[in-house]
Design a protein around this ligand. Structure first.
Ligand code: NAP
Length: 312
């Protein structure tokens, strides 16, 4: 039986990954912000990932074959905007960088086990080429992406200089019913469900023309597992390679509920919190290394989200 630590285990990907690994017979320790749980169902008090000694103790007890480092301080394109960049940088640095280094150090000592780091397509900022791959210049345009890029660089450093099997997944958007409510996929899916149930008439969206490379989160978790099993660490784009507009998303979602999107959707650019840049990923390196490919089409994913929202 293999041992895993999932940091950020109560988020969308953390919950999907926890269930996936338990289903594959792994011993799993999940670290949430408030508590720790394991695959035998035990829950215990929290561990602060900013505390290096606490992380060392945990790693020496758990002896992980794989660490999945997924915690995040988020800024969604249509969520509330942080006012204070300095405070946001401090919080993001602690979660995306300092905590990561504590785990990299802890697994560098025993010298075995892999670490998967969840980076983001936002590290490409406003890219000058499409699609983006692992060779695309890193030009992060916000605090979230700046700190994710720093995390990726640290994984490279530990891989090159400390022989740690550390990989970064450059994750493009991926969705499931567990996705945070401020993200546009959930705004649409839940909005459609509420309109269909007669609870509201309109759905206000920020930018219908925005193009997004959207995938299905269980597929992306599968990519994480495949990457962590590789004998050598590297950076991998995880993406479908296909962009769809917010309008396409809404049209499929409303049609699935027997509704016409034009009767309900209102566009309001004031909702947007930053300049929008289209990004589409090229996951060829990942496919060549692991055989990974998406298992669910865009339209099927949208329909699954709408079905799930009807029961939330
Ligand atoms: P998510 O749902 O926001 O999950 C992140 C989790 O990390 C949350 O449960 C959060 O708890 C937790 N967390 C924050 N600080 C923590 C700390 N100090 N200790 C323990 N847990 C902490 O994000 P996700 O969608 O699962 O994404 C997983 C990773 O992939 C993230 O790193 C994200 O940046 C990256 N990513 C995701 C996407 C996507 O489309 N989903 C795209 C690009 C990159 P709270 O909720 O209490 O803050």
């Amino acid at each position: 039986m293999s041992n895993a630590i999932i940091v950020g285990s109560e988020g969308q990907d953390g919950r999907l990954l926890f269930d996936r690994l338990v289903g594959d017979d792994w011993n799993v320790i999940g670290i949430g912000r408030q508590s720790i749980r394991d695959s035998s169902g035990r829950e215990s008090g929290r561990i602060d990932i900013r505390d290096q000694a606490a992380v060392f103790d945990l790693v020496s007890i758990a002896s992980p074959d794989a660490v999945f480092y997924l915690p995040a301080v988020h800024q969604s394109s249509e969520g509330a905007q942080a006012q204070d960049d300095a405070a946001l940088l401090r919080r993001s640095w602690e979660v995306h960088v300092s905590g990561l280094v504590h785990f990299l150090e802890a697994i560098a000592n025993p010298g075995n086990g892999s670490l998967f780091y969840a980076s983001s397509s936002l590290v490409f900022g406003d890219p000058d080429r499409t699609p983006q791959n692992e060779a695309t210049p890193i030009r992060p345009g916000n605090i979230y992406a700046i700190t994710k890029a720093a995390g990726m660089n640290l994984c490279r450093y530990y891989r090159t200089h400390r022989r740690v099997r550390a990989s970064s997944g450059i994750l493009f958007n991926h969705e499931s019913p567990l996705r945070g409510q401020s993200f546009v996929s959930q705004k649409i899916a839940r909005g459609v469900a509420a309109i269909r149930a007669g609870h509201q008439r309109q759905l206000v969206l920020g930018n219908l023309e925005a193009e997004v490379d959207w995938g299905y989160a269980p597929d992306y978790v599968d990519a994480m597992v495949r990457i962590s099993a590789l004998p050598v660490g590297d950076d991998y784009v995880i993406a479908t390679g296909k962009a769809h507009t917010v309008q396409e998303f809404a049209a499929i979602a409303f049609a699935h509920a027997g509704l016409e999107w034009r009767d309900h959707v209102v566009e309001d650019g004031n909702l947007l919190t930053g300049k929008y840049h289209s990004r589409v990923g090229d996951a060829r390196r990942l496919r060549d290394a692991t055989g990974w490919k998406p298992s669910v089409t865009f339209a099927d994913m949208v329909r699954r989200l709408v079905d799930a929202a009807a029961f939330q």
